[in-house]
Design a protein around this ligand. Structure first.
Ligand SMILES: [Zn+2]
Length: 276
């Protein structure tokens, strides 16, 4: 470690060689100064790692073209892993983590807020879109940088945040299903995530697909935490269980086209009052 380096080597050597007192005082002062500088650098580095979305200004030139299930992405922005964002391991290798800047910024802001309020866990991101959009295996949509799959925040048997290899299913009691019975749905962090997603001023959420029983848990958590009524109302309206795919193991989030992307970018389906 750089902090101990100069300290450890300087002091014993000065004692062994029997320098005059002034030299020893100077060497001790120098060692202290070096140590302080090293500690300050280390602190700055660790603060930088958690400084949040503002630390990395995103390019704003992305273009979402066409529809989510028949579209393209131009100049997509890569969502990077950080101290508060991780790729779900199963989807890390495929590299489909490109989105519009509005979506990437939304995810970074939301993950950062959860990490600030309830530290020690990262947002688990599945797939967004390919760098240039278009069809990707396993998805009908996700073609123009406005869809993302998000793994749930979850806890292990001892209540610690758990980073799963893949998405994990949860039942109405919040317990993991199948091979994941020791896992728990993290009501607090998942609610914080939803609350930030639905209240963002730039990226407006069209869909947040999630199983009905998990939606109920999340709304109960929001009320328990005395979230603003307007946030709960938005969350209630936007969370939905789609037919045919219950979404008990991840959220599917879609944002509307930003006004500057229209008319090349096309929305279809529900228009909430907050649609841009
Ligand atoms: Zn999806």
């Amino acid at each position: 470690m750089p902090v101990t380096g100069p300290h450890v080597t300087f002091l014993p050597r000065s004692r062994r060689t029997g320098y005059p007192r002034e030299v020893r005082v100077f060497l001790v002062a120098l060692a202290l100064a070096l140590t302080t500088a090293a500690v300050a650098t280390a602190d700055r580095a660790s603060v930088d790692a958690t400084r949040g979305p503002s630390a990395r200004p995103l390019p704003h030139g992305s273009r979402s073209l066409g529809l989510p299930f028949r579209g393209r992405l131009r100049d997509g922005v890569l969502l990077r892993e950080s101290s508060y964002v991780r790729y779900v391991t199963e989807y890390a290798r495929a590299g489909n983590h490109y989105g519009t800047w509005e979506l990437v910024q939304l995810l970074e802001r939301a993950a950062y807020r959860v990490a600030r309020r309830l530290p020690s866990a990262k947002l688990s991101v599945g797939e967004i879109s390919a760098e240039r959009g278009g069809p990707i295996p396993g998805h009908a949509s996700h073609q123009n940088g406005r869809d993302v799959d998000l793994g749930f925040y979850m806890l292990d048997a001892r209540g610690r945040p758990y980073d799963a290899f893949a998405f994990a299913d949860f039942g109405p009691d919040g317990r993991g299903r199948g091979p994941n019975t020791s896992l728990r749905f993290d009501d607090a962090r998942n609610w914080e995530l939803v609350a930030k997603l639905v209240a963002d001023g730039d990226a407006r959420v069209q869909h947040l697909f999630v199983a009905r029983h998990l939606k109920d848990r999340l709304l109960a958590e929001g009320r328990r935490r005395r979230a603003p009524a307007s946030v709960i109302a938005r969350a209630e309206r936007v969370m939905a269980q789609p037919t045919g795919h219950p979404h008990a193991n991840h959220f599917h989030l879609r944002i509307y086209c930003s006004p500057s992307n229209r008319p090349a970018c096309k929305d279809q389906g529900v228009r909430h009052p907050w649609a841009p």
